[in-house]
Ligand binder design. Structure first.
Ligand code: ADP
Length: 435
């Protein structure tokens, strides 16, 4: 008779490529039953949209099927229930699996295009998706979806989303047109909150929120109230402002919203004669990776018509959109299981100590780390020349606070009043390697 140990041993050969561990130690195998020659179990993945789902299923079938004495293998694929949305008292979002904000530091970088096309790409994977456009400074859903001020209905005091080719949408633009809203702060915030709280989404796998650009009070209120599962920051090589990117990261992470990665829009132009990719504005992705340790989830081409999201099939021929959706699922999955060991960063005796997951410990003197700061106040972001004079940093500078930023960096506030620095793991590894 086949034993549980044999089955688990066979399954432990399946590695999760994103989490870097085998599926048995990750606790994915559930309900293992052995009845004579029949083996059945469930594989519970971090997200129903797990990109490697089918590979897991067939590997599990094959490996367990190859055990001596196994006659049949029944694998059920399930996914972890979304975590209860703590702090989210918004009833209309209670049945939404994941709420993702698409944000940008500046207007006009293609944030709405990314939000709409991401929603379509996830919808094409077979998920129920909603898209909420609360960019009051220029709501663009009406343009992207070719709908101009449609009738918006209320039912039991709740706003009914407009379904466009299977995608549930709501936009302030449906009510005020696609002109930027000229309103005072409190009015803007009332409208935004009303759309967020009172749109009846029903059951959704994903709600994508097209946020107003920037990091002001309205954005912060939204982030806090919506209990977001994650945020994506959209930028373009030509509008790449590192100060603003850092502000965006700090706004989300300070409210416990993980920044899942960045999207570089208008990253290149592909010549239709020679198919060469021309990065006409240069590329900011290496810089972003180095400075903040964040992954680029997708690089989008400059393409006329890329913003048309009016049909389910819109954007289906643009590979970067499906890559974006896949990478988003991966990042959400990683955060759900939280399996990636993180370095521990602490302040000890004039040093910042980093205990790496492999057990190695490094200590960087406070002054060395402070003067290596890569933020835009310390380094000119266009010329990369140093702005900070190391002599101006006190020898006995102290750490006043360390804030972990997801699994990529920490933000440190210093006794000289400086707090805009983000120190990525890569950056600190670099310092310790050369020390
Ligand atoms: P945002 O929401 O950041 O203001 P939008 O998505 O509304 O940006 O895009 C601004 C303008 O740029 C729109 O006219 C849009 O069609 C265009 N655009 C966005 N991304 C691209 C791209 N990759 N290629 C060509 N045009 C684009």
């Amino acid at each position: 008779m086949v034993s549980e140990e044999q089955v688990l041993e066979a399954l432990s050969n399946i590695q999760d490529p994103d989490l870097g561990r085998d599926i048995v130690s990750l606790g994915f195998v559930k309900n293992l039953k052995i009845d004579g020659e029949a083996v059945s179990f469930a594989l519970e993945l971090t997200t129903p949209a797990c990109p490697v789902k089918e590979a897991f299923r067939s590997d599990a079938q094959r490996l367990v099927g190859a055990i001596d004495g196994v006659g049949s293998v029944d694998v059920t694929m399930t996914a972890m229930a979304p975590k209860p949305k703590t702090g989210n008292d918004i009833d209309t979002l209670k049945k939404v699996g994941a709420v993702i904000a698409v944000s940008s530091c500046k207007g006009g970088v293609g944030k709405s295009t990314v939000a709409a096309q991401l929603a379509r790409a996830i919808q094409r994977e077979g998920h129920k998706v909603g898209l909420l456009d609360i960019d009051l400074y220029g709501p663009s859903l009406p343009t992207l979806f070719h709908v101009q001020q449609p009738d918006v209905f209320m039912r039991h005091n709740l706003i009914q989303p407009l379904e466009i080719d299977g995608l549930k949408t709501m936009s302030l633009g449906y009510m005020i047109g696609d002109k930027p809203a000229v309103m005072r702060g409190p009015m803007v915030s009332n409208y935004t909150m009303q759309l967020l709280r009172q749109t009846e989404w029903g059951e959704l796998d994903y709600l994508i929120i097209d946020m107003p650009p920037g990091t002001g009070d309205i954005q912060l209120t939204l982030v806090q109230q919506a209990a977001l599962d994650g945020a994506i920051i959209v930028t373009t090589p030509q509008a790449l402002s590192l100060v603003d990117v850092a502000r965006g990261i700090l706004m989300f992470e300070s409210t416990d919203v993980p920044v899942l990665g960045m999207v570089e829009n208008m990253a290149y132009f592909e010549c239709d004669q020679c198919s060469t990719r021309h990065h006409i504005f240069g590329t900011g992705s290496d810089l972003l990776k180095n400075r903040f340790g964040l992954d680029i989830l997708a690089q989008l081409p400059i393409l006329p018509g890329i913003s048309d999201a009016s049909k389910k099939s819109s954007g289906a021929d643009i590979e970067a959109f499906s890559t974006l959706a896949e990478n988003l699922h991966r990042e959400i999955g990683k955060r759900r299981i939280d399996a990636e060991p993180k370095p521990e960063v602490t302040s000890i005796d004039g040093h910042v100590q980093i205990k790496w997951p492999d057990g190695k410990v490094n200590a960087i003197p406070n002054k060395t780390l402070r003067t290596s700061c890569q933020c835009a106040l310390c380094i000119n972001e266009y010329t990369s020349e140093a702005i900070l004079d190391p002599g101006s940093v006190p020898e006995d500078i102290k750490v006043e606070g360390i804030q972990p930023l997801g699994n990529y960096a920490v933000a440190i506030s210093w006794s000289d009043g400086h707090s805009s620095g983000i120190f990525s793991w890569e950056h600190m590894r670099g310092i310790t390697a050369t020390a």
